[in-house]
Design a protein around this ligand. Structure first.
Ligand SMILES: Cc1cc2nc3c(=O)[nH]c(=O)nc-3n(C[C@H](O)[C@H](O)[C@H](O)COP(=O)(O)OP(=O)(O)OC[C@H]3O[C@@H](n4cnc5c(N)ncnc54)[C@H](O)[C@@H]3O)c2cc1C
Length: 412
């Protein structure tokens, strides 16, 4: 069955990007059928609280579920169904249950999944945090006094560490970098974040990797299937009741393997979010949105990058949906360059770390205001141009700099 326009768009992935894409299709005037296929059993819900306030307290689905616009009331949601394969030749996706869904247009919104430890390790007591179920399971083990080893010191690892400390756990963080959150924040700001963690009692084991995850072999709860300790590559042994793997994520693109699209690191797109083949030719019938998309941002340069920020599914869906509708109807594309201002936040120990811009492209970081151990604003520059800002507190200054960056960074 197709809709009034006789066309069907299949959206693969039923999270923030999938929801915003469905809303964007309706906003762009698409009157055909929209089918959103999601492998989770839930309607789209909000992930950031899973490592923060929801992990610390209320993990009720009703508090996490996104509100949906009325315009998507007629969308078909096929939840609990994974897309197993796509064929662009026959324009159809095949679901894991074997059913086949023909499409005229396809939106890739399958996001990321957590990278897991490759070491042999007992299963029980090991967690990752990406889904509601992950957070519910971890929450049950974050009891006061529990010994928690977090592997990975990116934003999610650090948020879980802060939340676990707040719940009365003993926390060790293990990571190979010099400082926590090094890649996005840089060494100086990262070192300040390390001081905050250590002031709250977190033990940081930096320049270290886990070498062995031991099972629980002694005590009343000895069990070869339960984690008991993490041994580091320098021999340090960290007793553990809980191991949290926060090793970053990998894009969910295996189902696109037979399409010939460039899926080297997420789905590479042009500035209209149209999926590209390896020669760089765009498809007019396939777009990608959200964490899974690797796209150029004209504010910074023409290098396609994946951006794992909550703001990006909405920005990219607003761009992708009209481009897909134009592709299906033969209409012109919006000639304006795609230049969304990235925005990210993280909550740790009651302080909000807020960023705007693209910190990763900077060559210099300078403290512009305040003190790194209190409230501050740091500027991230490339060739003397401000390309990003990070702050704790001082929101008016941050918003002023954001506005200045939008004016100064001419889309290129
Ligand atoms: C714990 C956590 C905390 C975060 N905190 C912050 C924060 O503080 N600030 C911030 O800016 N961002 C934060 N983020 C990032 C933000 O949540 C993501 O950028 C956002 O969820 C991306 O949305 P998405 O729809 O692109 O991808 P996802 O949310 O990953 O959704 C993809 C969906 O597709 C499904 N799927 C995958 N493969 C298939 C398939 N083959 N068939 C069908 N469905 C499939 C997945 O199960 C999932 O439901 C956080 C993320 C997490 C996990």
């Amino acid at each position: 069955m197709t809709g009034a326009s006789g066309q069907r768009v299949v959206v693969a992935g039923a999270s923030l990007g999938g929801l915003r894409a469905a809303e964007g299709l309706r906003a762009a005037g698409f009157t055909g059928e929209v089918v959103v296929v999601g492998d989770e059993p839930h309607m789209p819900y909000n992930r950031p609280p899973l490592s923060k306030e929801a992990l610390a307290g209320d993990l009720a689905f009703s508090a996490l579920e996104f509100r949906r616009r009325k315009s998507v009331d007629d969308v078909t949601w096929r939840l609990g169904s994974a897309v197993a394969e796509a064929s662009l030749g026959t324009r159809e996706v095949i679901l894991a249950d074997g059913s086949v869904l023909p499409f005229d247009g396809l939106v890739v919104a399958t996001g990321l999944r957590v990278r897991r430890l490759t070491l042999p390790a007992p299963e029980a007591g090991r967690y990752a945090v990406r889904t509601l179920e992950d957070a519910v399971a971890l929450r049950a083990d974050l009891r006061p006094g529990a010994r928690v080893v977090v592997i990975g010191a990116g934003f999610i690892g650090c948020e879980v560490a802060a939340t676990a400390v707040g719940l009365g756990c003993e926390v060790d963080v293990v990571a190979p970098e010099d400082v926590p959150m090094q890649r996005p924040l840089g060494p100086e700001v990262g070192a300040a974040m390390q001081r905050r963690h250590e002031a709250h009692g977190v033990r940081m084991h930096l320049h270290r990797l886990p070498a062995v995850v031991e099972a629980r072999t002694t005590g009343a709860d000895a069990d070869p299937g339960l984690v008991g300790a993490v041994v580091l590559d320098d021999g340090t042994r960290l007793p553990a009741d809980v191991v949290v793997e926060a090793l970053g994520c990998v894009p969910n693109t295996e189902w696109l393997a037979a399409t010939g699209l460039d899926i080297a690191d997420g789905v590479r797109t042009d500035g209209w979010m149209r999926a590209l083949d390896p020669e760089g030719h765009p498809r007019s019938d396939v777009v990608a949105v959200g964490d899974v998309a690797r796209f150029p941002n004209a504010l910074f340069d023409d290098v396609p990058r994946r951006v794992e920020h909550w703001s990006i599914p909405t920005d990219t869906a607003k761009r992708a949906a009209p481009a897909l509708v134009a592709g299906l109807s033969g209409a012109d594309l919006d000639p304006a360059p795609f230049a969304p201002m990235p925005s990210f936040w993280s909550d740790q120990y009651g302080a909000r770390i807020q960023s705007f811009g693209s910190l990763g492209v900077a060559d210099t970081v300078r403290v512009l205001e305040g003190d790194l151990d209190g409230e501050f604003v740091a500027g991230y520059e490339r060739g003397g141009d401000l390309v990003g800002v990070v702050g704790v507190g001082l929101m008016p200054s941050l918003m002023k700099l954001r506005a200045e960056m939008i004016t100064a960074l001419q889309p290129r």
